[in-house]
Design a protein around this ligand. Structure first.
Ligand SMILES: [Cu+2]
Length: 267
């Protein structure tokens, strides 16, 4: 029974290792394969960090179990051993994690730059954003510029609106302006492996390039109030023609009342 705690701390790393090996192959981490190239690279980073964390967890828990096992194996007549710290141990467990963190920081730099630093964004996104994606309690408001116009930060009279649905063309990089009207929210598109906070007062550009047409989920990943769970939207990725047709339909529904045209025809 004295060795129970040693076995206890050895048991969990074994569980962690089994789960860590099974999770990627069983699809427990992500809903399906990454929908974008950038998503693939982000998932690669995720798996690398998962590996490092797993090795660290197993190492520290085995060390802990070993200390407990040693202590439990001693006879009752043996006195406890007190330690007042060790300089070399302190150095090792400061320098090793520092190097691991430094390695991760350098290794992820190009993904970070392409994902976050605007001068590294794909050329196609530099002409402007296709839409504004405005979070608010508790929905996503999409604002497109009028057909043929470019998106302005301030709402324009001809702008087109939709709630919880964004249409973008497949096979080319598109950029949206992420904003929030009230509290902090987070744009999370799990299939695209994209996550970005929406921060009050900021316009944050987010770009993605989805090669395959289809519907991609968006949820809010920041607990933003009682209706947080309702903030579900979707990105509809389709051909450029389908996007154009969709925009024409929005324009018809939202800016033309039909009255003036009919009156003009009668004359
Ligand atoms: Cu939210």
């Amino acid at each position: 029974m004295k060795k129970f705690w040693a076995i206890f701390f050895w048991f969990w790393p074994v569980v962690a290792l089994v789960l860590c090996v099974m999770a990627p192959s069983q699809g427990w981490w992500f809903p399906g394969p990454p929908g974008t190239q950038m998503g693939e690279r982000i998932q690669g980073l995720f798996e690398l960090i998962l590996g490092i964390v797993t090795v660290t967890f197993i190492g520290t828990n085995f060390a802990l179990g070993w200390v407990l096992w040693q202590a439990a194996s001693k006879g009752d007549d043996k006195k406890a051993f007190y330690s007042h710290g060790s300089h070399s141990l302190e150095l090792i467990w400061t320098i090793v994690p520092a190097f691991v963190l430094l390695f991760i920081a350098l290794y992820q730099m190009d993904v970070w730059a392409e994902y976050r630093v605007q001068s590294f964004y794909p050329e196609e996104t530099k002409q402007g954003s296709v839409a504004e994606f405005m979070a608010r309690q508790f929905e996503w408001r999409v604002r497109y510029p009028a057909i043929g116009e470019t998106l302005k930060d301030e709402a324009q009279p001809g702008d087109l609106y939709m709630v919880n649905e964004l249409h973008v063309p497949a096979g080319r990089p598109v950029k949206i302006n992420l904003r929030t009207q009230d509290v902090q929210h987070a744009f999370f598109a799990p299939q695209l492996r994209l996550k970005q906070d929406a921060v009050p007062g900021l316009i944050i550009p987010v770009w993605f390039d989805v090669p395959k047409a289809g519907n991609y989920d968006v949820t809010c990943a920041e607990l933003c109030g009682w209706g947080h769970y309702k903030m579900k939207a979707r990105i509809v990725v389709e051909s450029q023609q389908a996007v154009d047709a969709y925009m024409r339909k929005l324009q018809e529904e939202q800016t033309e009342d039909g009255f003036v045209e009919e009156a003009a025809e009668e004359e």
